[in-house]
Each structure stands twice: as C-alpha cells, then as structure tokens.
Design a protein around this ligand. Structure first.
Ligand code: SPD
Length: 364
C-alpha cells in the first residue's frame, strides 16, 4: 500500500467516524404544544447533524413535576418565568455557558430586563416567546348570545354570571392553569393579581366557583381546535393559541371568525424561557440548539407560525406584517402598561392555590 492510499484510507475513516458521531448526537427538547414551526427543527438537524427528539406538554405543573423529580432526560425545557424562578431556587437548571451562545447579542433588552425578576442576570434561561392571557371568542356566536354590545373587550364577558350563563349553551372553555386564572380573577375584583394573601385568593376562588357551572371544560390546548371548528364560542386562553385558532378556521373557510381580546381591565403578561436541566445528558447540543433558536431568521420563522411575540430584537425585521403589526401579539405601550406580571407562590400559599383550584374545578 502506498503512502497516498494509506492517507486516503485514514481520511475516509475519519470522515466516516465524523458522520457517525454527528448522527449520534441528539438534543431532547420538551416544549409547549403548538409552539414551533417544525421546519425549524429540521433546519437545525440539516445544519448540525444533531437529531432533535421533540416532546410536548401543555401545563407548567406537568413540566414542574417532572423537573423536580429529576432524570427527565430532557436537554432543553420551556417553563414560564414564574415557575422557572422557583425551579432555579430548587437547583433544577444548569447555568448557561454564555460563551457558547454568540447569538445572545440578538436578544431584546426590554424583555431580558423584565425576565430579571425571575432569572437574575438571565443566567439560566433565554426568552423563547412571551404573550398574554386573555379571551378568545367566536364573533358571531357571542353576538348571537349577548347581542351587538357583548362586552368582548372585558372580563365581564366571563366573570359576570348573567353573561357567562348565556354563553354556556355555545360552549366556554377555561385554561386549566391556576397560576393564570386566580390572578385574572383577583385583577377583576380590583385586588392585586399577584396577591399571596390567602383570604384574597379565597375571594378569587369564590368568583371562579360562581361561574363554574357555565364552564364546559378546563384544559390548556384543546381549545385551539374547539374554537377553530366552531365547537365552542369562548375560551380563556393564550394570545398566540387563539390566533392560531383564527387561522385554522380561515384556512378551512368554515365560516368561523375568531378574535382575541386583551380585556380592558388588564391581563397577565408572561415569558416562556428556554433552560437546560442540571442533569441534561447533552449539554453541548442544548447550547447549540439555543444558539440556533436565537438566530433572527429562525426566531422570526417560529413567531410567524405560532403568532407569539419573541424576545429577539433582531428577529423583528423578519416578522410578517400580520405578526409585528398585530397589537394582540406585539401590544402597543399603552396596552403593555395595562398588563400585569406575577411572581411564584411560596410553598404554603401554593398549597392554598392548589386546594382552591381543585375546588373550582370540582365545583365544590
Ligand atoms: N401553545 C403554546 C402555549 C404557550 C403558553 N405558555 C404558557 C404561559 C403561561 N403563563
């Protein structure tokens, strides 16, 4: 064998092992349902050779139970800020290696500043998407039930028994998310939506129980199709989910018109953050994934499909006009002023919240 043949053989071998290695690399991502354009995952694999194993959830409580138990096998997870804060305290996450994340420079300082209260120094997470919790409604069905002057821009629509009783027939869904619904009820009652006072939480619980008989279902993702198909007329839900329902209805041209309202009394603003569990098996791949996600074109692609605002300033020039120009997605300053944020419940208060929520759902 000549030296040349030998060298060629070595080169082929090393190329092969490189390819095999690339194929063996995996990142396990656990994200909210209906929250990504799948081509983003395919593009990531094409470019890096890293396979994405993608799994979904639809409640912070489910994600938190898994994270606190440990050993999830996930490399990237997406808790909301309030939950992330206490998970950081519990030691669930690995600090980000920022030198591996050059695309951090694309992020939006305003959003990073707001996230500081959950993740000081943005040390453990990057913002994926942010949004609000408001009201999705079927324009024609709500009008038919409540008339032309239906208070679609107010929580009166769902928290005034005389209104919701009339909507019961056409179907009302509520998020199965106590950390969303109790603050919404507190805010409607003129109390601090971030109250940790058990007697105030009790009052919020009473309000929710008073409308309970008119709620058909509690869940956190099914309402997208239920709204889009015209199976329900109102859902208390998340901004982008409702707008996806609007689009699904328009796509099939089924005569259903869906709109989303941020009620005038105010609504919750939240931040979904990508973080790496401390026991993640593939931390290097997780960092590569996060850095890829922070590319402006990639982040814009995701927002253009899921109709949620993102925390990436540089992505804004790539956003479609119906996303960046929609005040339900990127609210104007006056609307933002009217949004509130919440902080984690301390364990004792969390138990009261959980008990109250169980009471609301069971109607007792
Ligand atoms: N379908 C994606 C929904 C994402 C909602 N994030 C939860 C925010 C909780 N405050």
């Amino acid at each position: 064998m000549t030296l040349r043949t030998m060298l060629t053989g070595v080169a082929v071998l090393s190329l092969m092992s490189g390819a095999a290695l690339a194929q063996d690399r995996t990142v396990n991502v656990y994200n909210w349902s209906d929250y990504i354009d799948e081509s983003v995952l395919e593009d990531f694999t094409k470019e890096t050779g890293i396979k994405v194993v993608y799994d979904v959830f639809d409640s912070n409580e489910v994600l938190e139970t898994k994270l606190l138990a440990g050993g999830t096998g996930y490399d990237v997870v997406v808790p909301t800020g309030t939950f992330l804060a206490r998970q950081i305290q519990a030691g669930v996450f690995s600090e980000l290696e920022k030198d591996k994340l050059p695309n951090l420079s694309n992020m939006w300082k305003d959003i990073e500043d707001r996230v500081e209260k959950y993740d000081p120094g943005n040390a453990y997470s990057i913002n994926y998407m942010w949004g609000s919790t408001g009201i999705g409604y079927n324009v024609d069905k709500v009008k038919a039930a409540l008339g032309e002057d239906a208070p679609v821009d107010s929580w009166d629509l769902v928290f005034k028994p005389e209104n919701i009783e009339k909507l019961k027939e056409c179907g009302v869904h509520m998020l199965d998310a106590p950390a969303e619904m109790i603050p919404a009820a507190l805010n409607y009652l003129g109390l601090d939506p971030d109250s940790k006072d058990p007697s105030e939480i009790e009052k919020a619980g009473e309000l929710l129980k008073s409308v309970r008989p008119s709620i058909q279902k509690f869940h956190s993702s099914e309402y997208i199709n239920a709204l889009a198909n015209g199976d329900i007329c109102v859902a208390i839900g998340w901004s982008g989910d409702v707008l996806q329902a609007r689009d699904r209805a328009a796509e099939v041209d089924n005569g259903v018109t869906i709109e989303y309202a941020i009620p005038k009394e105010g609504a919750q603003m939240w931040f979904d953050q990508m973080a790496i569990p401390a026991d993640a098996p593939n931390k290097a791949e997780a960092h590569e994934f996060l850095d890829f996600i922070m590319r402006p074109d990639v982040m814009a692609k995701a927002s253009n499909v899921v109709y949620y605002a993102n925390g990436n300033k540089a992505s804004q020039e790539f956003l479609n006009e119906d996303v960046i120009g929609d005040a339900a997605i990127y609210p104007d300053e006056a609307t933002v002023q009217n949004l509130f944020t919440t902080t984690p419940y301390p364990p004792k208060v969390q138990r009261i919240v959980t008990r109250t929520w169980t009471g609301v759902k069971s109607g007792q």
